[in-house]
Design a protein around this ligand. Structure first.
Ligand SMILES: [Zn+2]
Length: 463
């Protein structure tokens, strides 16, 4: 059992760590796990001279992250002095629990996802994982770093929890500091890296992040070239992802459009980005149509994270296959709304859709671009009605302020207030007005405004 000695370990870290003999050997180095199960140690095979300097920089940069950020990445905690008395270059990091697995296992293709669905997972778990991935990149970009190697093997995932942890933070790119050490994985690299030899940066990360998020949500690489561009397969690949890179659902060019696009996934279909919430659809278009060759137009990791966070409130369950998907309230007439997994049409009672507004100046409410899809028994959580709040990472500790009930005698939904304040609903022309104290309810009528009390958000009943 090798003994790893750490260099100036910070408080809370031992001076020495015992690791087991079997390592996970990669191209750049080997990763050993401590026998107490707490740590992982990466030892480089042939480190570049400036490697320790970069590690120290990264260590300082990420040393004081709050727990809600640190959970998404594995920052170096201390450098290595020696292994069994021999001088080696490497670092120690937190160990991800062994029940976490590489993201690729869950998303490579629809068959991988179907296996998870059979075991009781739903698409909502994948949506949470996508948000965790975006969060990891938000943390990195927030510190002025780029990852340069974002792909589906560099995240470890716990699908039950919707959690993802990013690997390979030791390869980050810091502008003006050290050159990137990898160009990325083909399939996720921004096209300008292949066509112009552009170096990985925050902008190229934005492309990789969009491709990875969509891969996680649609179980396919939405940039996959479907035709040959050269007799030499390597050359063809390079052209297909580079010079001829094309979004599979480009509105005017269908060279890379899968034949089964838009068919229900359970009938060998390929999911379209158009099943996603309008916010995610717009981000996809900005990243992969407008921004494909104009990197400055690509959405930031924070924009992606926010759109993924709010998508959770727009989910609806299929009455037939029990899968969850964004309720397509943007499709009219209502008969066009169907489950993208089994193809069954949504059935009445259809959900209610609230559009949220916030007061910017007195009596001046503006849309915050957030919608809430609600059915019978759905809960209204504090983060939906309180201003400036966004959905929490987990709703376990979120306060319930109300719920929705279906009044079957009237065929109408009602909004039940469970808070101390008074809720009001009024018609657009102001002629009709209802109020609800704690324990009372308001009718939900299309076009009406619901106010959750002073200083709180306003909702318009959009559907
Ligand atoms: Zn279904």
């Amino acid at each position: 059992m090798p003994t790893v000695v750490l260099k100036n370990p910070p408080a809370g870290l031992p001076k020495q760590i015992q690791v087991s003999d079997d390592a996970k050997v990669g191209g750049e180095g080997a990763v050993y796990f401590s026998v107490d199960g707490k740590f992982a140690v990466k030892i480089y095979h042939r480190p570049r001279p400036e490697k320790e300097q970069l590690l120290q920089y990264v260590m300082r940069l990420f040393s004081k992250l709050p727990p809600e950020q640190e959970r998404f990445i594995l920052p170096p905690l201390a450098l290595i002095e020696s292994v069994d008395g021999q001088r080696r270059v490497g670092f120690v990091m937190r160990r991800v629990p062994p029940n976490y697995q590489e993201l690729v296992r869950f998303i490579l293709n629809p068959v991988c996802a179907a296996e998870q669905f059979r075991q009781g997972k739903t698409w909502s778990h994948y949506l949470k994982v996508a948000r965790s991935i975006a969060n990891a990149i938000v943390v990195l970009h927030g510190k002025g770093c780029a990852h340069s190697d974002i792909h589906f093997r560099n995240f470890l995932v716990n699908l039950d929890e919707g959690d993802a942890v990013m690997l390979e933070i030791d390869g980050v790119v810091v502008a003006g500091f050290l050159p990137p050490q990898v160009a990325g994985m083909i399939g996720f690299m921004a096209p300008e890296i292949l066509t112009q030899g552009e170096k990985p940066s925050e902008r190229t990360d934005r492309h990789s992040l969009a491709v990875l998020i969509l891969h996680t949500l649609l179980f396919r690489n939405v940039m996959l070239p479907l035709i040959d561009y050269d007799d030499d397969p390597n050359k063809s690949e390079e052209l297909g992802w580079g010079q001829y890179a094309l979004f599979s659902e480009h509105p005017k060019d269908n060279r890379h459009r899968p034949r089964n696009l838009g068919l229900p996934l359970y009938r060998r279909g390929a999911l379209s980005y158009r099943i996603l919430t309008p916010a995610l659809q717009r981000l996809t278009e900005r990243a992969l149509i407008d921004g494909l060759r104009n990197p400055e137009l690509r959405p930031s990791s924070r924009e992606c994270e926010e759109a993924l966070a709010t998508a959770y409130d727009e989910l609806w369950g299929c009455w037939q296959c029990r899968q969850y998907f964004p309720y397509p309230y943007w499709l009219h007439p209502v008969q066009r709304r169907a489950c993208p997994f089994c193809g069954e049409r949504c059935r009445p009672p259809y959900p209610v859709v609230l559009e949220l507004y916030e007061e910017r100046q007195r009596h001046n409410f503006v849309s915050i671009g957030r919608r809430i899809v609600l059915g019978d028994g759905f809960r209204i959580l504090a983060d939906m009605v309180e201003p400036t709040r966004k959905p929490p990472l987990t709703i376990r500790n979120e306060r319930v302020v109300g719920h929705v009930e279906l009044d079957t005698s009237q065929g109408q939904y009602r909004l039940v207030n469970e808070e101390d304040g008074v809720w009001t609903a009024r018609s657009p022309d102001g002629t009709q007005r209802f109020t609800a104290q704690k324990g009372q309810s308001l009718p939900i009528i299309k076009g009406y405004f619901v106010h959750f009390g002073d200083g709180k958000r306003l909702a318009v009943i959009a559907e």
